[in-house]
Design a binder for this molecule. Sequence first.
Ligand code: FAD
Length: 329
Amino acid sequence: MKNASNLFVVAEVVDGHPVGLCHEMLGLARALADRSGGTVHAGVLGSGLGGAGEDLIAHGADTVRVIDAPIFAQYQADAWLPDLHAMIGQVRPDAVMIGHTPLGADLAPRLAFRLGTNVATGCNHVRVEGGKLLLTRPCYGGKAEEVVSMLSSPALFTVKPKCFQPCPKQDNRGGELVRMDSILDPASVRTKVREVRRDASDGARLESARIVVAGGGGMKGVRGFELAGRLADALGGAVGASRVACDLGWCPPSRQVGLSGKTVAPELYIAIGISGAAQHVAGCANAKTIVAINTDPDAPIFRYSKYGIVGDCHQLMPALIDKIEALRK
Ligand SMILES: Cc1cc2nc3c(=O)[nH]c(=O)nc-3n(C[C@H](O)[C@H](O)[C@H](O)COP(=O)(O)OP(=O)(O)OC[C@H]3O[C@@H](n4cnc5c(N)ncnc54)[C@H](O)[C@@H]3O)c2cc1C
């Protein structure tokens, strides 16, 4: 892959609206295309898309291909692939980017197979050097990073959330909106979504929260997370967790921060009873300020923290809550 002029962003929507990661991918695509006078294309499939196409143009796309049909109300890989493949065939991009979300992780390798190309997942840094697109992604469980350059075209990769700046929204930005009919034969779809259950824990708020109070094994149980919830409420933040805490059922999996969980980039990340394993830090390293509370002065989390408190979180959390609540009165 020698060039990165023409880029194609696969947009994911929730309730007809592009998710924030689409805007981050458009920011990245715009920066790459502007270097070489290229074009940013986007493709969106869904049902009841309303102004999704216009939103993508306002956030940096030059052309947006939209297919709005009831069959795309819920994501199903075998329903999406023929139309996405056709859209990409029309555009013939140098690179295709997809969000590193559960949907993207499912779709990207299938799409790569259809396109006869390779895929790099979970990219957190992208640059062009000597005309080559270089993709950085974590490997060895987040303990190292590798930089890959693709020999096949188009370069297909998934993009981690909160790693790239979105383009500022410009409502009067010009762009081409192409409304397409689906070429899908509904009989070819082998799966049927029977029910979608929304996670009642409001896990989506975690990624956009300015303050995250995250708990780990040191929380010792659900009671610890009740205190973390009170601390988060007092600060106007959201609760996150380590994998250990989620695996033990103290916190819903939608709250997991890290390599196999969510990536967050809040102003303030308070890591309580979290050791600071590489796989956890992979999800919070972009936080502006990390504060750690841990009984172990040698816990690795202190290496990433601007402020640290060595102490028992079960004594410290109630005291912090009281202090913050008193200050807010
Ligand atoms: C492929 C892979 C993917 C992974 N993905 C993730 C991921 O997405 N997210 C993630 O978090 N992990 C992930 N992990 C797991 C990761 O390696 C660690 O096992 C995990 O992060 C440890 O969680 P923890 O620090 O909360 O728990 P522990 O390792 O049990 O650490 C608990 C910490 O709490 C401190 N502590 C104990 N009691 C108290 C107290 N009373 N007050 C204050 N501090 C106390 C201890 O000193 C210790 O530092 C992954 C692992 C692999 C192999």
